[in-house]
Design a binder for this molecule. Structure first.
Ligand code: C2E
Ligand code: MG
Ligand code: MG
Length: 552
């Protein structure tokens, strides 16, 4: 029942009690009997009469008792009604606010926004709706615990509240999503830009002050209804406003997070495309459209082929052959990167089993996969199921994994190394690793990012950075691979720097499994004996006992 109907019922109850309980039953009767009994009693006291009729006197006494009883009942009922009113008010407030932050919730925000839109329309003002989403909140929660996550949400709510203009509303729509709605002068959109900058100023120190290892940033989308553009139904209005702000917020995320965007109609088609792309990725994984390509890895000194790096490609029926920079981030965001990677690895293990067993296979692992505490177990199980020797496998992780829970990544790396898998730090120098973190994680190899290698291309360019990285690697006793060797000149300069491995277009572009097979046939480097068949059950038992012994 709606709150206002309940209040009406209570009012009715109020009136029923007064009318029935007291007025009719007692007062009228008291007046009737009292009118007779009291004068007779007074005359009798004065010695002028025989006194009141006994029956009437008793009836009057009964009336007095009834009056007292009725009054008490009335008081009880009015107290009860007051209590019920309070409880209902409390329930109504609870239904309207978010219990953690005390902000409005999604439902009440929609109602209040509709009211605000109506008022704004009447006074020729505009309404702006800002959708505010905390970036990477799941990671903050995972790394610092849910209590710290809650604390951060509370802090955001407080700081947003401090930025609010008069009459503006703040809501927590759920999870890490907040919204602000406010009226503004349509001739001065910059009022909203100012509000957003105040929000960024107020929240820029969020991560640090709540003790989070990760900075907390916000992605914001803003949509507005200018005056005169308000259709009849303010509910539809509000839905559109919220939807547009959501699309704009999503756009901010796609542009790299920690920024705000005003809604623009072109964003709708952008979003539709994105949804289509997501659906295609999902379908493509199931349909086996993602295939491994292989890039040669060479010992620079001897020029000998030592292994291959597997690089994912999407043979998309719509887009053609598509590079990982397009689909890996989408698969990461959709939470399907684990499935995608597993499918590719299974194909790669099967391809690589046909190669000379001395050739290694490197695979790239996304930081998102490393967040899975069972990643090491899953990988070992995959190796066992597909009869691939762990000693031939190298996994490449990028420096962004250093932003993850370093203790967890270290134990995972140690677990994998115990099984013979090698771990390389990919794109070294392009990311965030500090020397301290580099020392903390037991890598087997550094891969020098190709942006540094490109610097040694011209004969007169300085090789100082690459020299420094090479001596750092030597100091840490880490073997190194140079990425992006595009010509002979780069190769010669790198060769003079020490014993490195290398890869790049100079040796060839990434090739399909069939092309690699042909290449190895030509150079006589296919597996000569049939692949070693290891009894699968033995290995599954081994992995299970490893997991049971606390491998995680
Ligand atoms: P990466 O692991 O650093 O791979 C090397 C990238 O450099 C590859 O791009 C390769 O084609 C390119 N490359 C190799 N030699 C040269 C060269 O001489 N010059 C230039 N300009 N580029 C060269 P690709 O295949 O587009 O892969 C890009 C990135 O995508 C990879 O960088 C890796 O981080 C990621 N990636 C690829 N496959 C996977 C995968 O299966 N899973 C995950 N999580 N990431 C993958
Ligand atoms: Mg790589
Ligand atoms: Mg790389």
């Amino acid at each position: 029942m709606a709150g206002s109907e309940k209040a009406k019922d209570l009012g009715k109850a109020d009136r029923d009690i007064v009318a029935l309980g007291i007025a009719t039953a007692s007062i009228i009767l008291f007046a009737a009997t009292g009118g007779q009994v009291v004068p007779d009693a007074v005359l009798s006291i004065m010695g002028k009469g025989v006194g009141p009729d006994k029956l009437l006197a008793n009836a009057m006494l009964l009336n007095i008792v009834l009056l007292v009883f009725g009054w008490r009942r009335y008081r009880e009922l009015t107290d009860e009604i007051a209590e019920r009113r309070k409880a209902e008010e409390r329930a109504r407030r609870l239904a309207e606010i978010d219990p953690l932050t005390g902000c409005l919730n999604r439902r009440s925000m929609a109602e209040r926004t509709a009211e605000l839109c109506d008022k704004a329309a009447a006074s020729n003002r505009a309404v702006a709706y800002a959708m505010i989403d905390l970036d990477d909140f799941k990671r903050i929660n995972d790394m610092n615990g849910h209590a710290a996550g809650d604390e951060m949400l509370l802090q955001i709510a407080r700081r947003l509240q401090q930025c609010l203009p008069e009459n503006a509303l703040l809501a927590r729509l759920g999870g890490d999503e907040f919204a602000i709605v406010t009226v503004f002068d349509p001739a001065h959109r910059e009022q909203i830009d100012d509000l957003i900058s105040r929000i960024y100023d107020a929240t820029c120190t969020l991560g640090a002050s709540s003790g989070s290892a990760i900075g907390a940033t916000l992605s914001i989308g803003v949509a507005a209804i200018e005056n005169g553009a308000l259709p009849q139904d303010s509910q539809i209005n509000v839905q559109t406003l919220m939807h547009h702000a959501d699309i704009a917020m999503y756009h901010s995320k796609k542009q790299g997070k920690d920024r705000y965007s005003w809604f623009e109609p072109s964003m709708v088609s952008e979003l539709r495309l994105r949804h289509e792309l997501e659906a295609s990725v999902r379908y493509g994984i199931a349909a086996g459209e993602f295939v491994p390509y292989y890039e040669q890895q060479i010992d620079l000194e001897t020029g000998e082929l030592v292994g291959f790096e597997m690089l994912a490609r999407w043979e998309s029926p719509k887009l053609g052959l598509t590079l990982p920079e397009v689909f890996i981030p989408i698969a990461e965001e959709m939470g399907v990167i684990g499935d995608l990677s597993e499918g590719l690895m299974i194909q790669a293990f099967s391809d690589a089993r046909q190669w000379d067993p001395a050739l290694t296979l490197s695979v790239n692992i996304s930081p998102v996969q490393l967040r899975d505490p069972w990643f090491a177990e899953k990988l070992l199980k995959l190796l066992v199921m597909h009869n691939f020797p762990p000693q031939r496998l190298e996994i490449e992780i990028t420096e962004s994994c250093m932003l993850e829970n370093v203790a967890m990544v270290r134990s995972m790396i140690e677990n994998l190394r115990t099984q013979g898998i090698k771990i390389s730090l990919d794109d070294f120098g392009a990311g965030y690793s500090t020397l301290e973190q580099l020392r903390a994680l037991p890598f087997d190899r550094l891969k020098i990012d190709r942006s540094f290698i490109a610097e040694v291309r011209s004969p007169h360019s300085s090789t100082k950075i690459v020299d420094a990285i090479v001596s750092l690697g030597n100091g840490l006793k880490l073997p190194m691979t140079a990425e992006g060797i595009e010509d002979e000149h780069i190769l010669e300069r790198l060769k003079s720097m020490g014993n490195l491995k290398g890869q790049g277009y100079y040796y060839g572009h990434p090739e399909t499994a069939a092309q690699v097979h042909e290449r190895l046939t030509r150079s006589g480097r296919l597996a000569t004996i049939g692949p070693v068949i290891v009894p699968v059950q033995d290995h599954i038992d081994e992995v299970q006992s490893l997991t049971a012994s606390g491998g995680a």
